[in-house]
Design a binder for this molecule. Sequence first.
Ligand SMILES: [Mn+2]
Length: 463
Amino acid sequence: MFDSLTYQKRRKALRDKMSNGIILILGNNEAPANYPDNTYKFRQDSSFVYFFGHSHPGYAGIIDIDNGTEYFFGNDVDMDDIIWMGPQPSVQELAAQVGVEKSFPFDKLRDFVGKAIAQKRAIHFLPPYRYDNMLLLEELTGIKASMTKHHASLELIKAVISLRAAKEDCEIAEIDKACNVGYEMHTAAMRLCKPGVSEQYIAGVLDGIASSYGRMVSFATILTQNGQTLHNHDHSHILQEGRMMLTDAGAELMNYYCSDHTRTIPVGGKFTSRQRDVYGIVLACHDKALELARPGVTYKSVHLEVCKVLANGLKELGLMKGNVEDAVAAGAHALFLPHGLGHMMGLDVHDMEDLGQCYVGYDDEVQPSTQFGLASLRMGRRLQKGFVITDEPGCYFIPALIDKWKAEKLHTDFLNFEAIEKYKDFGGIRLEDDILITDNGSRFLGEKHIPITFEEVEAIMNE
Ligand SMILES: [Mn+2]
């Protein structure tokens, strides 16, 4: 946790952005895995952590916009809890630690919200994504549980995003630490990546590293020699010489700050010439994004410039043809890159995705596209100092997609299907780093940069 003043300042800033009524921020609860007392690892709601600091289940916070009073709701432990869980601080102490004066037992929340509704005051809440909180909101507001997300406050959503988007110095220091854990994870994967080793074994080692330094992995690890499947959580294969292992994995610290990196490396430790060709293009894309990312430019424009680097490289390889600008404008390159260049990162690996991607990554100026590929860009808006975003271009050979486009004769002016056919057994490459937008450019997060050049990767794999 940060000092109490950090949370007080954030809540004050939030209140200043809002018109009137009360702000209700719900924490998360334990989630049973296979019976009520056997729960998944607890994960607090990120906005609750941001404004109220605490990462235990069963809390809610209220900010009265009109008079500035703040409330912390939660239940004190009883003797039974102390016997099983040990002594715990009182809710009043917890509230005081984050600068909140008033605390109440959790069931008082119902009276509090009920009274505000009776007074016809606005109740601002964020879109719930857990079913128990949808049910709680139904109890509190009378809105049908399944409809609660549609009644979330857009004013609150936008105010929270405007605060959480640009990271404070104390947050950047934490993300740097999370990226240091990411370095440990990815370099371990590089050392273990040998023919005959199972994907599951390496993925399990990464889980262990993440939890030994912090809380857990920041999302379910993608580790596969079938990198052409973008979010491949299947770890059932044994690594084979000649394939590339794609590892997209990150760490989450005890305070929830995240990392998210991807490396794709040759099983056995030596790039083939075909792998070098494609890898070199993706690396040039990755470096292009870092070169262009700075305050004031839209990430959509960076994405499109990166796509041109990709199309140009694939043209030199003979897989694409024609005018590169026209090819990218038409979306032909999306056969190889059907996803976006990156997303925001912070307390969530896809930061604030629960609040709505169209508000996090887009605004009135930059609107989401419907074009295949570009439509999957999570972050399109103008960059600002303090934004933490991922730079993650890729190049994939997805046999089913190639067959479909070929059969439909899509973009035949720009795609050389005869040559592309020969790459259907290639797999896919993605390279991802986390970057901070600085005063006049950007920098990698984390103290050490995970090996990425041919020389660096081959050196660590053959240590
Ligand atoms: Mn990512």
